[in-house]
Design a protein around this ligand. Sequence first.
Ligand SMILES: [Zn+2]
Length: 79
Amino acid sequence: MIGDIGGVDLPPTCSRAGCRLPAVWNINWRNPRIHGPERVKVWLACDDHRDYLRDYLATRDFPVLVTPLAQHVVDGALS
Ligand SMILES: [Zn+2]
């Protein structure tokens, strides 16, 4: 984007600690204990860690929805 402050736009990388692979998935989630249904948090994941991150959240009974990187969910989608 022309005029962006901050110089080079780095490609988004995976949210998994220590992983520097480019992200190709959104891990959309929320914590029902602290977030209302209107809130959606987003982690980014590479192919290798998509399932890891999804399972990490799912085992905590958090609503989680995986979408391609370019596809954002609307607020309230995880109600
Ligand atoms: Zn990764």
